[in-house]
Design a protein around this ligand. Structure first.
Ligand SMILES: Nc1ncnc2c1ncn2[C@@H]1O[C@H](COP(=O)(O)OP(=O)(O)OP(=O)(O)O)[C@@H](O)[C@H]1O
Length: 642
């Protein structure tokens, strides 16, 4: 039986769960469900598994349910050794150990032995198709183990490819006056041009787009010298991010010190990953895969922090063997909504491990930069493929947003509060009053005055979209008084009371929506933003920006799954930037309040940032980092380093 297919079929169609699956009464699933450790789908999953074993498999089924539950929280696998020490939240260690000991498991080794012996588990070293895979102390659902292996095998294959020649003169031409200590943009170009796979990571405004545009120019120019034309594709996880990539590449291209002929070969048009791979919406298989690979020589993917492990595996699967893959993103941003944190895992040691000394010498020869201090004989192969851009050209040393983002990223709560309290022009802090239970909608709504003025003038949709994109309210949570749903409803009501909106319950000029699902028929994607305006025949249309910057107007009735977007969650805002951002925290602690969430929220703002929230929660958030289990870090970074 194909258990992974079975898991798919289970989907969200939940029926009554048989809570007596586990032979030991103490391991009653309903208790675990009540504690919020397991979802109904986790219980269904092990209920299915239990039908296929006669053995007393309680400890195995428990591990299986944990594996499924952790996957739901974004982890690719569970680490039994870690869970043995730190059981899921809400479960006491002693109770957890007692439960397992009642099925004969009193140590991690015994737990691993029980799993290794089970008919439900295959060992990674002798892989067969079973519901679960045990690799050391890591336990995976079979399909996720496969995804991880696909990525690892691809990477290991790339590490063995001999480096490509790089034209140092062209690099010098592209960086005519680099006078930083070490010009990491130049190093990134030399490094990525040498390799079939590379990652360029950097915070906001560190020049990622500028750098890859130069990289593409170099590759195009080198190919031209050999009479070849490269097929280059640009992609990003969401429509918004693809549109931004298109815009920034075309801007960066204009400044290149190269001939128009070379520039004309560098594409500007980016598409979404789904569109690139040929999504047949709703099905997990893409049109392009190993049997039908993409027709390209170079693939550049931006905003990779948002790419989950299954998507990365499918992307890699669809690459022709000779293709170069260049990944771009900010490793410190929130990880993908779905399971995995691929960019974070790939860049795990990027801060303190650099290049093998020989590789550092090679790059120094090409770039003329002094990279001797960055040689490290313990650098694992993956670290050769990474470059971190460190200087932000958007935020100067005085910028409050830049300093705030850096402090948050470092988990420096005191620094964060200090910058919030300082009188920097671009950072503001709205401290809620003791016991405040509602958001200050009137103040939050002020940011949209300019937008409503533009709506009432009924101007051009391009201009309206531009004005709308200047300000955004972000929320940390979905539910509750400070959650995105309530805030949107209150904002629409407020706009109605102020006469901006005739009736908030129907479509009206100026209504702003975000799609919550891909829509094959309309060619629109989850996360696409539409603005409602009258067309030339005075009919209401919802206008969506295409990745080429033009707009398409649809009858509102054609949209099925969407929500208002005067406020959006930080998760949804990834891949977008706004001149002014108001980030609204809840008043009480929430597990979603993490360093990454606040860093992502802060870095959406280009010119002005306001944080609404109490200092206690800001402190807590700064101290919590998201950890997602996977085997990528161990497999890629396990070489001890100095
Ligand atoms: N080496 C440099 N010297 C001076 N200015 C630079 C340099 N590199 C980039 N810039 C400028 O900094 C700004 C941000 O650059 P770019 O858009 O390439 O950064 P990014 O990392 O892609 O930004 P984002 O956070 O928007 O993704 C641009 O105005 C760009 O022209």
């Amino acid at each position: 039986m194909d258990f992974s297919k079975q898991l798919d079929l289970l989907g969200d169609a939940l029926s009554t769960v048989d809570n007596s699956v586990l032979k030991n009464d103490e391991m009653n699933l309903s208790v675990w469900q009540d504690k919020g450790v397991f979802r109904a789908i986790d219980c269904q999953w092990i209920e299915q598994l239990a039908k296929h074993v006669d053995e007393d498999a309680d400890s195995v089924l428990m591990a299986g349910a944990l594996c499924s539950a952790y996957l739901g929280a974004g982890h690719i696998c569970i680490d039994l050794a870690t869970i043995w020490q730190t059981p899921p939240e809400g479960v006491e260690l002693e109770a957890f150990r007692n439960l397992l000991s009642s099925s004969g498991v009193t140590s991690v080794n015994q737990w691993c032995d029980a799993l290794a012996k089970s008919a439900l588990v295959t060992l990674a070293e002798s892989l067969t198709e079973q519901p679960m895979v045990l690799s050391g102390t890591r336990l995976y659902l079979y399909r996720y183990y496969q995804y991880e292996q696909q990525v690892l095998n691809y990477l290991k294959g790339q590490f063995d490819v001999a480096p490509f020649d790089v034209d140092a003169n062209l690099i010098a031409q592209l960086f005519p006056d680099s006078n930083d200590d070490v010009d990491w943009q130049k190093v990134a170009v030399a490094n990525s041009a040498s390799l079939p796979f590379s990652v360029i990571s950097g915070g906001p405004g560190t020049g990622k787009t500028t750098t890859v545009t130069k990289l593409l120019a170099l590759l195009v120019a080198q190919a031209a010298q050999q009479g070849q034309v490269l097929r280059i594709e640009l992609a990003a996880p969401t429509g918004k991010a693809a549109a931004r990539l298109t815009e920034s590449i075309s801007k960066a291209k204009a400044d290149l010190p190269l001939s128009d002929e070379i520039k004309s070969v560098i594409p500007e048009q980016a598409s979404t990953l789904h569109r690139l791979l040929g999504s047949d919406f709703g099905r997990s298989r893409f049109k392009h895969n190993k049997e039908n690979p993409l027709h390209l020589d170079v693939l550049l993917v931006d905003e990779v922090s948002m790419v989950d492990l299954p998507m990365m595996a499918k992307l890699i699967d669809a690459l022709p063997p000779h293709a170069r893959l260049i990944l771009l993103g900010d490793k410190d941003q929130l990880a993908s909504v779905e399971a995995g944190s691929v960019l974070g895992d790939l860049s795990f040691g990027i801060e303190d491990v650099y290049f093998q000394p020989k590789w550092a010498e090679r790059l120094a020869r090409i770039t003329g930069e002094n990279l001797t201090p960055f040689g490290n004989e313990f650098a694992p192969p993956i670290s050769q493929a990474l470059t971190l851009l460190r200087t932000s050209y958007r935020f100067d040393a005085d910028s409050g947003i830049g300093q705030l983002a850096t402090a948050m990223n470092a988990g420096d709560a005191k620094g964060v509060l200090r910058y919030l309290e300082s009188d920097k022009e671009d950072v503001h802090w709205q401290i809620p009053e003791e016991g405040q239970t509602k958001a200050d909608i009137a103040t939050l709504a002020k940011g949209y005055d300019e937008y409503w003025d533009a709506v009432s003038l009924g101007g051009d949709i391009t201009e309206l979209y531009r004005v709308f994109s200047r300000y955004q309210i972000l929320t940390a949570v979905r539910q509750g008084e400070f959650g995105v749903e309530k805030i949107n409803a209150q904002l629409e009501q407020y706009f109605y009371q102020r006469g901006r909106v005739k009736d908030p319950h129907v479509w009206y000029p100026g209504k702003a929506v975000i799609l919550t699902r891909n829509d094959a028929a309309l060619g629109l994607f989850n996360g696409d933003i539409g603005l409602c305006m009258l067309d030339e025949f005075q009919r209401l249309r919802v206008w969506f920006i295409q990745s080429d910057g033009t707009f398409t107007g649809l009858l509102p009735s054609r949209l099925s799954e969407f929500e208002a977007v005067f406020a959006m969650t930080v998760h949804k805002s990834q891949g977008s930037e706004f001149e002014r951002v108001a980030l609204l925290l809840p008043m009480t602690p929430s597990p979603v309040l993490t360093r990454e969430l606040l860093y992502t929220g802060i870095t959406r703002a280009k010119k002005d940032f306001t944080l609404w929230g109490p200092s206690s929660l800001i402190r807590i958030a700064a101290s919590i980092q998201i950890l997602r289990y996977s085997g990528l870090v161990d497999e890629l970074w396990s070489v001890p380093h100095a």
